[in-house]
Design a protein around this ligand. Sequence first.
Ligand SMILES: [Fe+2]
Ligand SMILES: [Fe+2]
Length: 402
Amino acid sequence: MIAYKLLFVDPDMNALDAYRRLLKAMRPKWSASYAANGREAIQMMRKSKPDVLITELNMRIENDADLLKAVQKFYPEVIRIVLSSEPDTQAETILSATQSAHRFLAKPCKGENLLAHVEQAAELRKIIYSQELREIIGGMPYLPSLPQLYHELIHAMEAPLVSVADLGDIIARDVSMTTRVLHLVNSAFFGLPRQVSNPREAAVMLGMNVLKSLILYVKLFFAAPDSRLPGFSLDDLWEHSSLTARLSREIAKDLAGNSRIQEDAFLSGMLHDVGKLLLLEHPKYINSVIRRQSQDSDLSFADAEYQEFSVSHAEVGGYLLGLWGLPDPVVEAVACHHRPSQISGEPSPVLAATYLANALLCRQSGAELKLDENLLNQDEIKRMLATWDRQAAKLYEEHKNS
Ligand SMILES: [Fe+2]
Ligand SMILES: [Fe+2]
């Protein structure tokens, strides 16, 4: 078992003592530090950077700055978990912390649950070895929305008879907004017994007041700026994501009748390229990939990424969604959508559906893609492949003519 380095910050001495006892009893090999306030915490971090920070809300450092925001800025690769007794999930402090914390847990939290969250988030780091990439993902979770959908949402919010489900329907059409609302409702703060994959349902759970505060005050969503990198279009990415979501759900329906799996397959199809959205803000990364591609015209974007960085936007997206607590089958499908064989054992129906939907649609747009042989050897996939290929062609044609 890996020994992680943790830093707990809590003004309540009894809480710190309880964390000490918990670690000693259950993870004696982990090292942990304990701080009673933000200033102490930041001093400790300057000496030794933890893997995971577990903090109460509203901890202040020098100049009254917020600890979470400072850590996000200066130590972006540190995983940030809020463990708070703040009883009101509508409170402004919680809502604004959604911009800087990866996970939210409510006190009282069972010791084993707390450690499981810490472990699960820290384990994700195995996906991404590069410190630079971890910093990109951990430090700047700004995901741009499609401008027309963002404006549609703002406009809809002002309409007198709009329901929260109507807003949810708009959110469900945008990759970034979907990711954000699912991040929130899947945080343990909302105390849900299961993970939520449906953004409309997530919007309804948050409720109109919280949703409005998030949009208007926290500014959780924002429209993508005009200037984009040459060769990349947010519109194309959005179209591709929504087609992949639809095909992925159809494939999942054939592979496993279960509606939960279909919902997860739709979501992972929608979010599979979320890593690209994040990396688009980093021209240095994108330019290195494009340079690599220009040296070998047969290389796909993802293959060029693997050659250059040993990971791709797939793992980057999976890492972000995992940190944000999205459902595990979705995280796995997003992380492995270019290399399904990198997981041991047979791929889940969600991963198989996402992988095939993306690959078949990419082929429709002219990409030369060799399908994964392990998957093709599965009887059900062999039998249905031609049908799914026809569905991909139909969806692609419909979209081109729309
Ligand atoms: Fe991709
Ligand atoms: Fe894709």
